[in-house]
Design a protein around this ligand. Structure first.
Ligand SMILES: O=C(O)CCC(=O)C(=O)O
Length: 282
């Protein structure tokens, strides 16, 4: 893992904001050239899956398990500007459990606006676990590759602070959105970290610009991956121990009574060696 991470550790005010609001914007997480490279890599992948799935040109593509599709995506899992915030929040006992790419082309002009598809992540988890609020368990990083700095560009929407509520009430009119809903306004290269429990939704794209976002989900190692995690080809040639942890490698198996052993969770030692044994991580 790059030592540049040390320059982007989670600050106290970022932690407070994440805990209070349920999300955090990391401006300029990716350089403009890097954004262009990722778009160039993702465009043919998108074209292939659009053709396979028969989507109409204005319909959203949501490609799950995208991480394995192109080498340029691998380095984003421990990216120095975002990953220190991830382990700063969740701690060291984590792995990637999900990755997806959403491309949202402009809607047809006659499209009638409707209420967005509000949800918390991890579907059944919200039904099976009975506490209020439910536990956090995972978070996602969204790398924005298009300009969503204005509303109505298919922005990621949130209800700030709603991560601590198991349910939310909507107006009676089914077209009306929640009064506290806000679009997250971000530029290409910005990243958004969000608590899986925050009530969130993708917005409608009434602009001329296709909205493109790569999402990486991180969770505790005991959570079953959300998608196929097609990463064997990366593991076969990846030596970096932390990256291997994130890809799901675990030489001693799972997380039983005597594990994880240090070699199952090299991120723990990395944090200890770089920050010290008193590092404030869960
Ligand atoms: O496309 C978006 O902005 C929303 C994505 C989303 O709902 C999710 O990743 O769970």
């Amino acid at each position: 893992m790059s030592s540049q991470s040390m320059q982007h550790l989670l600050t106290k005010s970022e932690r407070d904001a994440f805990n209070r609001d349920g999300f955090l914007v990391v401006p300029g997480a990716l350089e403009p050239d890097h954004v262009d490279q990722l778009v160039t890599a993702l465009d043919p992948i998108e074209a292939k899956y659009r053709q396979e799935s028969g989507l109409k040109p204005y319909q959203e593509l949501n490609r799950l398990d995208v991480i394995g599709e192109d080498d340029s995506l691998l380095e984003l899992i421990d990216w120095p500007t975002t990953f220190p915030k991830v382990w700063g929040i969740l701690g060291w006992h984590i792995a990637l459990y999900h990755s997806h790419y959403i491309s949202k082309p402009p809607l047809p002009r006659h499209y009638e606006k409707r209420r967005l598809g509000w949800h918390q992540d991890s579907g059944r988890l919200n039904v099976d676990i009975e506490t209020e609020p439910r536990p956090r368990i995972s978070l996602k990083v969204g790398f924005f590759l298009s300009d969503a700095s204005q509303p109505d560009r298919g922005n990621f929407h949130v209800i700030p602070g709603s991560h601590l509520r198991n349910s939310i009430d909507f107006p009676d009119d089914p077209k009306q959105d929640h009064p506290d809903a806000v679009p997250v306004l971000v530029k290409p290269g910005d990243a958004v970290l969000f608590d899986r429990r925050i009530w969130h939704a993708g917005g409608q794209n009434c602009s001329e610009v296709t909205r493109k976002v790569l999402f990486f989900g991180y969770a505790y190692r005991w959570l079953k991956p959300r998608d196929d995690m097609t990463v064997e080809h990366y593991l076969a040639r990846t030596e970096d121990p932390v990256r291997r942890q994130l890809l799901g490698a675990s030489p001693n198996g799972g997380f039983g009574f005597t594990s994880p052993a240090e070699e199952d969770v090299p991120l723990k030692a990395w944090i200890r060696d770089h920050i010290g044994k008193d590092a404030v991580v869960p």
